[in-house]
Design a binder for this molecule. Structure first.
Ligand code: MG
Length: 371
């Protein structure tokens, strides 16, 4: 394995865990970020990702992405780029696998609905919720709540945070107050997320019939890569053509990201992670690719995420979350008594609902509300 660049997060200089733990022996043991990854994979919240909606509801088909397969795709893209940039691949993997742990059931609809319910009670932020999952909602250790992950993994998980909540997070919240950057590994996981969802949503959108192949020609990135594919494979059509084009798009996005990031790193010349944190963001697409990726994002927003059929699902999901929230507000005894009994009631309800899978939320709704 190539050695890490000086601006990568080095495993042996991690800022450590909240609760100190013995280091594993260097020869046979895992480094701190490999341990973080393993803890994330063994967590309950990670297994629940399989039954949480990415865009399409879980029961709509066997081949659509869910939050688990999405997270695996993010980790795959993130690791491949990390290797090329000599960044810490283990850290990128850990952040990628954990980045969506705080998501509610029913995708963004669920999140917006829960945020609405929590408007007067501190709000709901899914990035902060992901941090809370690994910091205290997982109950697996005899000595502490949460997974006790390394600082750098937690930094990467907390992609966004409101200024108000940042005040409560000590060192981890400082960068939102001071306008500083996280590590390059965290910046990379963020863009790997974008590359993954843009591309798998095209695939899922076409698979579902909500997007047509012809309609995709509106998008420059698609058009350009489709031309290249059709020149190499005249007459190729249907699913194989879609896969080839999506593969090509991922490839050009990754290639552009690597090249632009290398240039920015060369210009800024950071010599350590501390230097990286003081710079503007260094992991980025070139100007043209940023425009094209944004065009693709806008296209998906308009034609897929706001498609009438998706809107209908969204409306039902929001109604269900609001109904559950109102129900637990009136009947807190319907929350299991051992679930966060000391929390303030609204935050307790929010944690409980956020942790639900789509099907568990459905089941609770049927049992408690439509009985
Ligand atoms: Mg994501």
């Amino acid at each position: 394995m190539k050695s890490l660049a000086c601006y990568a997060v080095q495993s042996n200089t991690t800022l450590g865990r909240v609760h100190s733990e013995p280091v594993e022996p260097t020869q046979s043991g895992r480094n701190p970020f490999q341990r973080d990854r393993d803890r994330i994979i063994h967590s309950t919240a990670f297994r629940r990702l399989e039954y949480k909606t990415q865009v399409f509801l879980n029961h709509e088909g066997d081949h659509f992405r869910n939050r688990l397969t999405h997270s695996l795709e993010v980790a795959q893209i993130g690791r491949a780029v990390a290797r090329r940039l000599q960044l810490n691949e283990d850290l990128v993997e850990a952040i990628s696998l954990a980045h969506d742990l705080g998501h509610t059931p029913f995708g963004h609809a669920g999140q917006d609905a829960l945020n609405g319910c929590m408007k007067d009670h501190g709000g709901f932020e899914h990035n902060l919720q992901s941090l809370w999952v690994v910091d205290f909602l997982e109950e697996r250790y005899a000595k502490w709540d949460g997974l006790n992950l390394s600082y750098e993994t937690r930094e990467g998980i907390l992609k966004h945070c409101s200024a108000k909540n940042a005040q409560t997070l000590g060192l981890l919240g400082q960068r939102f107050i001071n306008g500083m950057q996280p590590s390059l590994e965290a910046q990379l996981a963020n863009l790997a997320d974008e590359i993954a969802y843009n591309n798998h949503d095209i695939d899922d959108g076409i698979r579902s019939g909500l997007l047509t192949i012809e309609q995709m020609d509106e998008v420059a990135l698609w058009r350009d890569q489709k031309d290249i594919v059709q020149k190499s494979f005249p007459g190729l059509s249907g699913r194989r053509m879609v896969y080839e084009v999506v593969r090509h798009i991922i490839h050009v996005l990754v290639d552009d990201l690597v090249k632009e990031t290398q240039q920015r790193i060369k210009a800024a010349n950071p010599l350590s992670v501390d230097d990286v944190r003081k710079e503007k963001s260094l992991v980025a697409f070139s100007g043209l690719m940023r425009e094209q990726a944004t065009e693709m994002k806008r296209f998906l927003f308009k034609n897929l995420y706001r498609h009438p059929q998706v809107n209908e699902m969204t409306k039902n999901a929001s109604d269900m979350i609001v109904a559950l929230f109102n129900h637990f507000e009136k009947h807190p005894q319907d929350i299991p008594s051992d679930f966060r009994p000391k929390d303030e009631i609204y935050r307790r309800i929010s944690h409980y609902i956020a942790g639900m899978t789509d099907r568990y939320a459905n089941k609770e709704f049927q049992k408690l509300i439509t009985k």
